[in-house]
Design a binder for this molecule. Structure first.
Ligand code: AHR
Length: 676
C-alpha cells in the first residue's frame, strides 16, 4: 500500500501565494508594476497547444547498486553477516571471545571452518564447532555494524545443524551492547544429516547494535551452517525478504524503471570478479559469494567485510521492479572489467559465453516455462514472464574495445530478441574525448539509448539546464542513468546531500523534462547508503540499522516523479525557455490522466521571485495547489534527527483574470498544479 503522498512531510500550509484576490488591480496598478523591482518578476506564458511530445512513463526511475551496504546489510533484510561462513576469511563477522586460535581451547571451544566434500553450487563451507567447556565457549555474530532490532517485533531465526555428538542444546540469544539478553531460544539438535531448525524471536526492546550469541549445553561437537535472522515484517511480508522501510521509500517515488545491479559492480575490478547474474538465482544457499567491488576500492572508506551473498539476486530485482510498477532494466558486463581498475578484456573470439549470459537472461526474464531458464523462474515462484523490455550492455565503458564487443552483443540479441531495447554507454563522463567518441559510435550504430553519467558540482547542474536543447531530436535517445550534484566530493558523507545540491538538481531536471523528446529515462545515483557502511556520497536515501530518511535530493526526485505528467507543454518568457534567467528554471507538462497542468519552477536566487503566468492556446481558471521545497541555508541537510528538515509544504492559489501570480520563495523548488 502506498502511503498518502504527503504523509509526514506536509509542513504547515504557508501563505506562499499572492493571488489576485488579495490585490485590487485598480489600486495597485498593472501586473507588471505591482512589483517595484522588475528583475524580481518573471512574466511567463504557458502554451496550452499540443507539443506532440510525450513524457515517457520511464522518465523518472531508480538506479540500484550494491554500494554503501545497500544490499547485504541494507535492502536485503538478513541480519547475520557471513551467515554461511563463505567469506574468504571464513570467520569474519564472528567472534569467539573465550577462544584462541593457537590453542586447543580445552577450556572453551572452537569453530573449525570445514569444506563440504563435494560442494554443489555456492555453499562450500560450514562450521564444525567443538565444545570442550560449555560454560565458557561462545560464538558471536556482530551483524552488519550491529544487528538492528525493534522491540516487540518478530524475527525468524533459522539454522542448519548436522552431525551432533554430545551437544544437548544450542542456545541462541540476542544481546544488547551491555550483554543483556533481549530475546532467546534454544534448539535440541539431533544427530545425523543436515536439518533446518527454526524459531521466532521477539526482542523485549529496541536495540540498534545487538549481537547474536550462540552458546552450548553439553560438550562434544556439532556442525552449523546458514545461521540466519530476518525480521518477519519485510516488504510485502515475504519470508527472508527485503527491508520494508527502505522499499517503502522507493515505492513512494513511483519510479518508472528500476536499473540494477549497478554501476561498476557489474564489471568487477577483474573479469573473475564481475557480476554474473546466473549465479544469483536459484536457492539462496547455493548462490556463490563474491567480493564486492567497493570492498577495498576507496582507501578513505575501506569496507573489508563487504561481500555479495546475492540473497538479493536477479529474481528479487525483477520481483521488486514488478512490485514498484517499474520497468526492469538489468545492466550486464560486456567482456570488459572496470576500466578504472584492471580494464581486463575478453578476446573477441572468446566472447560467446558472455553473449550467452545475456541471451539466457532474456530467457530467464521472459521465456516460457518450457525453456530452461523460464523453468527456473517458475520454480522460484514466478511462472509469468517479467516482460523485460530493456537490457544494458556494459557500464561506463569507453574506447574502440567497447564498441567491438557491443556490436557482437547487439547482433546476437537483436537476432534472437528484436524487441529488446539495448542501453549502451558513451563512457563515464558527460564530456571530453571519450564521450564525443562514444556518441559518434552510438550514432553510427543507430543505438536506441545512450547511458550518460554525470557527477558534477551544483554549479554544473545549473549551467547545464540547457544541455539537451541542442541534441539531435531524431537519433539515439538519452538515458541519464546516473547523476548527482557533488558539493565537495564523496568524502563528505551525508553532508553532501545538502539543499544546494538538491536545488541545483531540480534546476537541471527542468531541462531534462523540457527535452523529453530526447531524454527518455533518468535516475539519481547512488540510491542508498548505510550511515556507517558507506563508500560514496551523496546518496538519495540514508539508513542505519533501524531508521531511514530521504535526503532533500530524494524529495526533489519524488516531486518530479510523482508529477511527471504525460505531455510536455511549452512555457517561456519573451519566447525563451527558462534556463536560469533571473535564476529561474521552469518546465511544464499536462497530465491527461489526472487532467492537470503542472509547472515545475525552481528559484535558485537568495531572494523571492514573483512569477506571473498567463496562457495561450487555452484559458487558465480555477484553483490550484503548490508543493514547495525550500530553505534559506543551502548547506542544510536532512538527518536521522530531523528527517523532514527539508520537506514539502503545501499552499493554494486561485486563477484571477486568467492568470496566476505566485511568489516563489528564495531558493525554492515548486510544483504548481492546476486542474484543467
Ligand atoms: O554510482 C556510483 C558509481 O559511479 C557507479 O558504480 C559507476 O557506474 C559510477 O562511476
Amino acid at each position: 500500500m502506498k502511503q498518502p503522498f504527503f504523509k509526514y512531510i506536509v509542513l504547515v500550509s504557508v501563505a506562499l501565494v499572492t493571488s489576485f484576490s488579495c490585490k485590487d488591480k485598480s489600486e495597485e496598478g498593472t501586473i507588471s508594476d505591482t512589483n517595484s523591482a522588475m528583475n524580481k518578476t518573471a512574466n511567463l506564458v504557458l502554451d496550452l497547444n499540443d507539443t506532440g511530445i510525450k513524457i515517457q512513463p520511464t522518465m523518472y526511475g531508480i538506479f540500484f547498486e550494491d554500494i554503501n551496504f545497500s544490499a547485504d546489510g541494507g535492502l536485503y533484510a538478513e541480519l547475520i553477516k557471513n551467515r554461511s561462513f563463505e567469506f574468504p576469511d571464513a570467520k569474519m563477522g564472528w567472534k569467539q571471545p573465550n577462544s584462541a586460535r593457537p590453542s586447543l581451547n580445552g577450556n572453551s571451544g572452537f569453530a573449525k571452518i570445514t569444506n563440504y566434500v563435494s560442494p554443489d553450487g555456492g555453499n562450500k563451507k560450514y562450521s564444525h564447532t567443538v565444545v570442550h567447556n560449555d560454560e565458557n565457549y561462545q560464538l558471536i555474530n556482530e551483524g552488519f555494524r550491529g544487528i538492528g532490532l525493534h522491540g516487540g517485533k518478530k524475527y525468524d531465526l533459522s539454522v542448519m545443524i548436522a552431525n551432533n555428538e554430545g551437544i544437548e542444546n544450542i542456545n541462541f540469544s540476542l544481546v544488547d551492547t551491555t550483554g543483556t539478553v533481549i530475546a532467546e531460544t534454544k534448539f535440541k539438535p539431533t544427530s545425523g544429516d543436515w536439518k533446518t531448525y527454526q524459531a521466532v524471536l521477539e526482542p523485549n526492546r529496541t536495540e540498534a547494535k545487538a549481537q547474536l550469541e550462540i552458546t552450548f549445553e553439553g560438550t562434544g561437537s556439532v556442525d552449523m551452517d546458514m545461521i540466519s535472522l530476518f525480521p518477519q515484517d519485510t516488504w510485502k511480508g515475504r519470508k527472508q525478504g527485503l527491508r520494508k522501510d527502505l522499499v517503502q521509500l522507493l515505492d513512494d517515488l513511483d519510479p518508472g524503471f528500476l536499473r540494477f545491479p549497478g554501476g561498476c559492480i557489474v564489471e568487477g575490478r577483474s573479469l573473475a570478479q564481475r557480476y554474473q547474474w546466473q549465479k544469483t538465482v536459484g536457492p539462496p544457499i547455493e548462490r556463490e559469494l563474491l567480493i564486492n567491488r567497493w570492498n577495498n576500492l576507496f582507501e578513505h572508506r575501506p569496507a573489508h567485510d563487504y561481500y555479495q551473498s546475492f540473497g538479493l539476486g536477479f529474481f528479487e530485482y525483477f520481483q521488486l521492479s514488478e512490485d514498484l510498477g517499474a520497468e526492469p532494466i538489468p545492466i550486464l558486463g560486456c567482456g570488459m572489467a572496470c576500466q578504472f581498475n584492471t580494464g581486463e578484456l575478453v578476446p573477441l573470439e572468446n566472447l560467446d559465453p558472455y553473449v550467452q549470459e545475456a541471451l539466457d537472461l532474456v530467457e530467464f526474464a521472459n521465456g516460457s516455462t518450457q525453456t530452461a531458464w523460464g523453468k527456473l523462474r517458475a520454480e522460484m515462484g514466478h511462472p509469468e514472464p517479467f516482460n523485460m523490455k530493456y537490457l544494458g550492455i556494459g557500464n561506463e565503458q569507453w574506447g574502440p574495445e567497447y564498441f567491438e564487443r557491443y556490436k557482437v552483443f547487439a547482433k546476437a540479441i537483436s537476432d534472437k530478441y528484436p524487441d529488446i531495447m539495448l542501453v549502451s554507454t558513451p563512457g563515464p563522463f558527460p564530456d571530453g574525448d571519450m564521450f564525443e567518441y562514444g556518441w559518434e559510435q552510438l550514432k553510427k550504430l543507430d543505438a536506441a539509448l545512450a547511458d550518460e553519467h554525470y557527477y558534477r558540482p551544483p554549479e554544473w547542474f545549473k549551467a547545464n539546464a540547457n544541455r539537451y536543447d541542442s541534441y539531435d531530436r531524431n537519433g539515439t535517445k538519452v538515458f541519464a542513468g546516473e547523476y548527482a550534484a557533488h558539493p565537495k566530493g564523496v568524502e563528505n558523507g551525508p553532508l553532501e546531500n545538502n539543499w544546494d545540491a538538491a536545488l541545483s538538481e531540480a534546476a537541471f531536471m527542468t531541462g531534462l523534462e523540457r527535452n523529453a523528446d530526447v531524454v527518455h529515462l533518468t535516475a539519481y545515483a547512488p540510491l542508498m547508503a548505510h550511515e556507517e557502511g558507506w563508500q560514496w556520497a551523496p546518496d538519495l536515501i540514508w539508513f542505519n540499522n533501524l531508521e531511514v530518511y530521504g535526503t532533500p535530493n530524494y524529495y526533489v526526485q519524488k516531486l518530479f516523479s510523482n508529477n511527471s505528467g504525460t505531455d510536455l507543454l511549452k512555457i517561456t518568457e519573451n519566447g525563451k525557455p527558462l534556463i536560469g534567467q533571473k535564476e529561474l528554471y521552469v518546465s511544464a507538462v499536462k497530465d491527461e490522466n489526472t487532467n492537470e497542468l503542472i509547472i515545475k519552477a525552481v528559484n535558485t536566487s537568495p531572494e523571492n521571485l514573483t512569477v506571473i503566468v498567463s496562457s495561450k492556446g487555452g484559458a487558465l481558471n480555477g484553483k490550484g495547489l503548490i508543493e514547495t521545497l525550500s530553505h534559506q541555508d543551502l548547506s542544510t541537510t536532512n538527518s536521522f534527527e530531523i528527517p523532514y528538515n527539508i520537506g514539502v509544504s503545501i499552499s493554494n492559489f486561485e486563477i484571477i483574470d486568467g492568470k496566476m501570480q505566485i511568489e516563489l520563495l528564495a531558493q525554492s523548488f515548486n510544483i504548481i498544479k492546476l486542474k484543467k
